[in-house]
Design a protein around this ligand. Sequence first.
Ligand code: NAG
Length: 93
Amino acid sequence: MKLLMVLVLAALPLYCYAASGCPLLEDVISKTINPEVSKTAYREVLQEFIEDDATANAIDELKECFLNQTDENLQNIEAFMQLIYDSTLCELF
Ligand SMILES: *[C@@H]1O[C@H](CO)[C@@H](O)[C@H](O)[C@H]1NC(C)=O
């Protein structure tokens, strides 16, 4: 979970772009959080960015990590994303 937070924070500028009109990224983020998207379906969404097995495995693991979360946690993550979109931090980007 700590590693995940680091990844999320490192991706902050990207998340900010998502709010400023990059539909692909917004789509990927919502599919990451959505528990109804299976690992297979998620992999298909990201197909064009997968160049090797290591990447594919990392993506599987990331999705599994989200699938393992409770609904309550996922809602919190969604709320957290919304906070990031709306935050003054994003004004930097
Ligand atoms: C998800 O949960 C399963 C079963 O509890 C566990 O074996 C697996 O390692 C977990 N995956 C991640 C990425 O945390």
